[in-house]
Write a protein that binds this ligand. Structure first.
Ligand code: NOJ
Length: 544
């Protein structure tokens, strides 16, 4: 029985009269792998330490490929593992073509690629083109004089040592994005820390040198790159002041030259066989602008679109985000991406406030049309760690979501030390991969079932998307590929919701496991989400 306050709510899930915006299904022509892949982000420092220094390493990743294969992910993206002074934990690169000793060696990397490929998993790596470390030999040379061969590889400007050349501010600190350099008696630009000077991509030698770093890894057989803050590459050469309200949003840095540079980068990848791909971090919180970074199919293959990551856990907020993506991406034939958590933001398990919501969110993430990105540990339902002030290490305050992954119950949780570089997340033993793997009702098993459902359904992987009419607080949509279809229903509320559907639909996956394999009851539990499929023998259920 529904509580009385729900009884007058619209109770049926039904098609809207007009099939709402949403791409029409296109016949099954061969599709690139990354359109139907589930991509799993690894922050190498936090994955698993095998050497005893408290920091995760490449060998730690290789040893847990079993977990990832069992889970069912298609590709891994590794955050930076390159030589670095670690001021921004690897996003300050001092050598693009080597592995920092903290993480291992190039031989470890080659082994990891080989082992991923042997298991049918692809491997993407991070590429940080906007800035280097101030310890990179290019910057060391550039700052050594005003007339050395690399003098113009970074953004140097004259001026009074007391007045920065413009009003741009650096991320993390909110301070001027300029540092005065005593040796050159000039300012240099850094959109992040002072130890991360911005490269001058107007200089063709910089372009060529950075393309060479891409080729280095493509020759080592990586399947592609996640590219850091790519929207910042092509700066307006005049470096004009920005309107004050835009200074912190990055929107004002959306400049045409970037698109030209991305086309050049894309050509490098297109010169290689085997569907190599780019997913770009376009940190512009404006979906329409993000869509332009796909170019005419000649820039990014995929772009992260972050507004949904910042949306509240509310049906209306999410409906609006999905609508914006459909409106802006579909006309460009741009394939969407979906992200709930990453190494820069509080985990969604922490943001949304409960495990049941995080479970429902997983159903949404893996039910939407586009490529989902998982952040290591979300499959365990990890919360952010509480970081005591004396253990804070990140200048951007992002330590909580970078807590180490617990593999086993016992102290040390499968790491080579008991106390890694950051504290363990809450309830590390209960949320360890070992404990959750033994428990069919765990978050880990939910993710595995969702990934299996996607893998088994062309409707979920690459089918069309259309909203269904649903009660307040519920989002319902259909995914369809030819005759095959799936329905996804998500109750964002902490009260049960009526959700009668046409006869003959059974629960394929439920966020709480309830009723799986049985006919759907027509009611969603509090914070519950389900994937429904036509029951066996009913049209539309075929796997694909
Ligand atoms: C975005 C990365 O995700 C973040 O971790 C990093 O600090 C900045 N870019 C600077 O590279």
């Amino acid at each position: 029985m529904l509580p009385p306050e729900l009884s007058d709510r619209r109770s049926a899930i039904s098609p809207l009269h007009e099939p709402v915006r949403g791409a029409l299904y296109s016949p099954p022509v061969p599709q690139p792998w990354w359109k139907s892949a589930v991509i799993y982000q690894i922050y190498p420092r936090s994955f698993c330490d095998t050497t005893g220094d408290g920091v995760g390493d490449l060998e730690g990743i290789r040893r847990h490929l079993d977990h990832l294969e069992w889970l069912g992910v298609d590709a891994l993206w590794l955050s930076p593992f390159f030589t670095s002074p670690m001021k921004d934990f690897g996003y300050d690169v001092a050598d693009y073509c080597d592995v920092d000793p903290l993480f291992g060696t190039l031989a470890d990397f080659d082994r990891l690629v080989e082992h991923c490929h042997a298991r049918g998993m692809r491997l993407l790596i991070d590429w940080v083109p906007n800035h280097t470390s101030d310890q990179h030999p290019w910057f060391v040379e550039s700052r050594s004089s005003r007339d050395n061969p690399k003098a113009d590889w970074y953004w140097w400007r004259d001026g009074s040592p007391h007045v920065p050349p413009n009003n741009w501010v650096a991320a993390f600190t909110g301070e001027p994005a300029w540092t005065w350099d005593e040796s050159r008696q000039q300012w240099y630009l850094h959109m992040f820390l002072a130890e991360q000077p911005d490269l001058n991509w107007w200089n063709p030698e910089v372009v060529e040198a950075m393309h060479t770093t891409l080729r280095f890894w493509l020759d080592r057989d990586v399947d592609g790159f996640r590219m850091d803050v790519v929207h910042l590459l092509g700066k307006d050469r005049a470096l004009p002041d920005l309107p004050s309200d835009a200074r912190r949003t990055n929107v004002a840095h959306d400049y045409p030259r970037t698109h030209e540079l991305l086309r050049g980068i894309r050509k490098v990848l297109d010169g290689y066989p085997g569907d190599r791909m780019i997913v770009g971090e376009v940190y512009i919180l404006d979906t329409a602008r993000v869509a332009t970074y796909y170019g005419r199919g000649d820039e990014l293959h995929l772009a992260f679109n972050f507004p949904p990551l910042y949306a509240a856990w509310e049906a209306d907020a999410w409906r609006a985000e999905v609508d914006r993506v459909v409106e802006e991406f579909d006309p460009r034939d741009a394939w969407p991406t979906w992200v709930l958590s990453n190494h820069d933001n509080p985990r969604h398990r922490s943001r949304y406030g409960s495990e049941s919501r995080a479970r429902a969110a997983a159903v949404l993430l893996l039910g939407l049309r586009g490529t989902p990105f998982l952040y290591a540990g979300e499959e365990l339902g990890l919360e952010d760690a509480l970081i005591p002030p004396e253990r804070e290490v990140d200048p951007g305050g992002r330590d909580g979501c970078r807590a180490p992954l617990p593999w086993t119950r016992a102290p040390g949780h499968g790491w080579a030390v008991e106390e890694p570089w950051l504290p363990w997340p809450p309830q590390a033993a209960e949320h360890s991969a070992e404990a959750e793997r033994e428990d069919q009702a765990s978050m880990l098993h939910l993710y595995r079932r969702l990934l299996a459902a996607r893998r088994g359904s062309s409707a979920l992987r690459r089918g069309s998307f259309s909203w269904l009419e649903a009660p307040a607080g519920v989002l319902a949509f259909e995914r369809r590929a030819g005759e095959e279809r799936r329905l996804v229903l998500v109750n964002f509320e902490a009260a049960p919701a009526p959700a009668a559907v046409a006869e003959g639909l059974e629960v394929e996956v439920a966020s709480d496991g309830a009723g799986e394999g049985r006919t759907f009851s027509g009611e969603l539990g509090p914070d519950q989400a389900v994937v429904l499929r036509p029951a066996p023998g009913v049209a539309g259920g075929a796997a694909g």
